[in-house]
Design a protein around this ligand. Structure first.
Ligand code: DNO
Length: 361
């Protein structure tokens, strides 16, 4: 297991590389260039500039997140070939800088979605990301985007690029007659276009689950259950076609048994990395993000780490979204303190599991 941390770069993150380096057991980053619009080539120069800083701080960056897939690819439009070519160029450029895993998603229009970015947790005065399906229905897509953009504390949000959301109405209209079957067919076309490049470059694609783990606003969604991921992996049977298993995204649907899913896909050698976080259900399709500790939410972090240890021990992991605690003002979900606590806790579980495993061997 390699413990990593998401960092948005010096111009976009409130957290410094030195702070990240000071978290015990932190080996590297899951990096991102958040200035890039979906479909654009990530140029070598800009990747190199990011990587130089990371290395100078004594960290490594073998995982890059949010190389976003252009909507034309998901919609299956003729212009997709140009964007697939760009995607392949980005894969090659990233590989030249030592990237081994690329995290992406195949969610139409929206990446992750919440109805409140700073919901008060009454027990301790901290706040966290929150979702309520009933509220979502009242708001509608345009209002949701407006409200989300207003509450970012001035930061960009991963997957919420303004250029893409500016065309929201048009994009939603284009999806009206796209079914899950169409989306899968378009997904296969995308994988057929990029996986040969990945194989040649030694890069693994890791698809992030739909978040929340069910269809929203009537849009097609296919990546939120074990069956869904089985289908996606079967679209292209290659070790380069793998998963970023995000525990919190999948666990928004209590029907998903997270340790069992890790064992299933880990056993197939198809878990490239994991986002590890906890979630607390408050009602039907209503939840908030919780501290990483098992007792703080509904997930058993010990069972999760044990499943990783048993089936995909070499995967990269990162503590995912944290709460805002100790008065921190930061990017929603991506403050320093609670994620650092999460990393320390997950490292503690890992040490215990590893030592117990060794004693039993
Ligand atoms: C949310 C993140 C996601 C993830 C993308 C990958 O906080 O986990 O935005 O990075 O879905 O494309």
């Amino acid at each position: 297991m390699k413990m990593t941390f998401r960092w948005y770069g010096p111009d976009s993150d409130s957290i410094t590389l030195q702070q990240i380096k000071q978290i015990p057991g932190m080996t590297g980053l899951m990096g991102v260039l958040d200035s890039k619009a979906a479909g654009e080539v990530w140029e070598e120069g800009e990747i190199g500039a990011y990587m130089d800083q990371v290395q100078a701080a004594g960290l490594e960056c073998q995982v890059i997140e949010s190389v976003n897939v252009h909507e034309d690819i998901k919609l299956g439009l003729p212009s997709r070939d140009r964007y697939i070519e760009n995607y392949c160029a980005t894969i090659q450029n990233l590989a030249r800088h030592g990237v081994k895993v690329i995290v992406y998603n195949f969610m139409p229009v929206f990446d992750w979605l919440r109805t409140d970015l700073a919901r008060l947790i009454p027990e301790d005065g901290s706040n966290s990301l929150y979702f309520d399906e009933a509220q979502l229905g009242d708001m509608g897509p345009a209002e949701l985007v407006r409200s989300t953009m207003e509450h970012t504390n001035g930061f960009t949000l991963p997957g919420w690029e303004p250029a893409r959301l500016a065309e929201l109405e048009d994009t939603l209209a284009q999806y009206r007659c796209v079914t899950n079957e169409d989306l899968l067919a378009n997904y296969r076309y995308f994988l057929d276009g990029i996986i040969p490049t990945c194989e040649a470059e030694g890069v693994v694609m890791a698809v992030h689950p739909d978040d929340p783990a069910w269809p929203i606003f009537g849009l097609p969604r296919i990546a939120h259950s074990q069956e869904g991921f089985d289908q996606i992996l079967a679209l292209r049977d290659s070790p380069s076609n793998a998963l970023c298993l995000c525990t919190g995204s999948l666990a928004s649907d209590p029907a998903n048994d997270i340790p069992a899913m890790i064992r299933h896909f880990g056993g197939m050698g198809r878990v490239a990395c994991l986002h590890v976080r906890n979630v607390k259900h408050l009602g039907h399709r209503r939840f908030r993000e919780a501290a990483h500790l098992s007792a703080a939410g509904d997930l058993d972090m010990f069972q999760i780490m044990q499943a990783i240890y048993d089936t995909c021990p070499h995967a990269y992991i990162r503590p995912d979204h944290g709460r805002m605690i100790w008065g921190e003002q930061g990017r929603p979900g991506y403050g320093l303190y609670d994620r650092a606590l999460g990393a320390a806790y997950l490292n503690g579980l890992w040490e215990a599991i590893e030592k117990t495993g060794r004693e039993q061997a």
